[in-house]
Ligand binder design. Structure first.
Ligand code: KG4
Ligand code: ZN
Length: 380
C-alpha cells in the first residue's frame, strides 16, 4: 500500500486546526490556532465569535499545515473534516472549506466524528512510537469541555466499531473545570489553571460527595429499558457544591478582587495566580480536582472490569490534567490494565486526530457526499 497523505481540518469549537498525517500513523504537520484570547473576556466560548475567528484563520492555518508537511493542495490524497459534534456555525466553516477544496482539487472528502478523532489521537501516537500490540477491547474515556463519554472500541477489519457504555448526565468534566474557575475568578479556560494551582492546595480539605445518579437518563425516556451496564457521570452537583462553599464561607469579595487583578494582567503566570489566591481557595480548588479525578477513575475502572477491557485510553482536553494522568496510571496498574494518553498537544482539539481517524475510512472507500452537512449533536 503506497503512503497516503490526508489533510485534516477541525473547527468544531474554539480551535482552528489543520494537519497532514501519513497513512494514519505519522503526523507530518499539526497547526492549531487557538481562540482563547477572543473568548477569555466572556469566560467561555461565544459561538458567533468562534465562527468569525474560524473564517479568519482557516485559510492561513491550512496553508501552514501543508507548507510544514512539504505537501501541496494537489499532492494530498484526501481531505478529512470534522462533521460533529460541536457548534453548528463553527463546524460549517471547516466543512464548507473542506468541500470547496475537495471539489476544486477533485479529491475524496471524508467526514469524521470529533469523538472518534479524540480516540484516534491515542492510536496515531502509539503507532508513531511503533506500538502495534494493543490488546482489545479498548475502553476509551473521552473527557473534554463538551464530553465525558466511555466507549468500548474494537478494530473490525479496516474499520472501527464503538459502543457507548457511559456518558455525562449534565456537565462534562471539562465544563465543570471551566465553570468552577469562572466562579472563583480564575479566568478561562479553567482546566489548565486548576491543574497548576491544585498542587499548592490540600485535596482533602473540602469534602465533595460522590455524584449520585438514581434516575434513568431523560434522553432515554420512552425507550425500552436498557439492561446493559452503564457508567454515567454527573458533574453539575460538584459545581453547585463549590458555589455553596463560596456563599457559606464569604468568599465573594476576595473572588471579585482576584477577577479584577487577573483581568489586568495580559497573560497571567502561575505566580500571578498564586499571589491572588489565599489558602482556602487553593484548598477548594485542589479538593474539587481530586473529587473529579477520583470519580472519573472509579467509573472508568468499574466499566473496564464489567466489560473485560484489555486496554484503557484516556483522551480529550481533560486528559492533559497532571493529577488525572498520574492517578490513572497508578490505579490502572493495580488492575493490571495498560493505560494510554495522547501527548498534551494531541489531548486538546487538533486536526491530526481527524486525519488519523479518516485513514481507515479512506481504505474502506467511505467518502462523504458533497451535500453532507454539520451535525452539532452527532453521536458516536
Ligand atoms: O478537547 P478539548 O480541547 O475541546 C473539546 O472538545 O471540548 O477540551 C477542552 C477542555 C476545556 O474544558 C479545558 O478546561 C479542559 O479541556 N482542559 C483541562 C486541562 N487542559 C484542558 N482540564 C483539566 N486539566 C487540564 N490540564
Ligand atoms: Zn474535543
Amino acid at each position: 500500500m503506497p503512503d497516503t497523505y490526508i489533510l485534516g481540518i477541525e473547527s468544531s469549537c474554539d480551535e482552528t486546526a489543520a494537519a497532514v498525517v501519513r497513512s494514519g500513523e505519522k503526523m507530518i504537520s499539526n497547526v492549531v490556532a487557538s481562540q482563547i484570547a477572543t473568548h477569555k473576556p466572556y469566560g467561555g466560548v461565544v459561538p458567533e465569535l468562534a465562527s468569525r475567528e474560524h473564517l479568519r484563520a482557516i485559510v492561513p492555518v491550512v496553508r501552514q499545515a501543508l507548507a510544514e508537511s512539504q505537501q501541496s493542495y494537489q499532492s494530498v490524497d484526501a481531505i478529512a473534516v470534522t462533521q460533529g459534534p460541536g457548534l453548528a456555525g463553527a463546524l460549517l466553516v471547516g466543512i464548507s472549506y473542506a468541500k470547496a477544496l475537495a471539489f476544486a482539487l477533485d479529491k475524496p472528502l471524508i467526514a469524521v466524528n470529533h469523538l472518534e478523532g479524540h480516540i484516534h489521537a491515542v492510536l496515531l501516537e502509539e503507532r508513531q512510537k511503533g506500538n502495534r500490540e494493543l490488546a482489545f477491547p479498548v475502553l476509551a474515556l473521552v473527557v473534554s469541555g463538551g464530553h465525558t463519554h466511555l466507549y468500548l472500541a474494537e478494530e473490525k477489519g479496516a474499520g472501527w466499531t464503538y459502543q457507548n457504555i457511559g456518558h455525562t448526565r449534565d456537565d462534562a468534566a471539562g465544563e465543570a473545570f471551566d465553570k468552577v474557575a469562572k466562579l472563583l475568578g480564575l479566568g478561562y479556560p479553567g482546566g489548565p489553571v486548576i491543574d497548576r494551582l491544585s498542587v499548592h492546595g490540600d485535596p482533602k480539605a473540602v469534602k465533595f460527595g460522590a455524584p449520585q445518579i438514581k434516575h434513568r437518563d431523560r434522553n432515554d425516556r420512552g425507550k425500552p429499558e436498557d439492561t446493559r451496564p452503564h457508567f454515567d457521570f454527573s458533574y453539575s452537583g460538584m459545581k453547585t457544591a463549590v458555589l455553596r462553599y463560596v456563599e457559606t464561607h464569604g468568599l465573594k469579595t476576595s473572588i471579585e478582587a482576584r477577577r479584577k487583578a487577573l483581568a489586568g494582567i495580559a497573560k497571567p503566570k502561575l505566580e500571578d495566580y498564586l499571589a491572588n489566591c489565599d489558602r482556602e481557595t487553593l484548598d477548594l480548588v485542589a479538593s474539587f480536582q481530586r473529587a473529579v479525578v477520583d470519580d472519573l477513575i472509579a467509573k472508568t475502572l468499574a466499566a473496564a472490569a464489567a466489560c473485560n477491557a484489555a486496554t484503557l485510553f484516556v483522551t480529550g482536553g481533560v486528559a492533559a490534567n497532571n493529577e488525572l494522568r498520574q492517578s490513572f496510571e497508578r490505579e490502572a496498574a493495580q488492575q493490571g490494565l495498560p493505560v494510554y494518553f495522547p501527548s498534551r498537544p494531541l489531548s486538546t482539539d487538533n486536526a491530526a486526530m481527524i486525519a488519523a481517524a479518516a485513514y481507515p475510512k479512506f481504505l474502506a472507500g467511505d467518502f462523504a457526499a458533497m451535500d453532507f452537512s454539520a451535525e452539532a449533536g452527532m453521536r458516536l
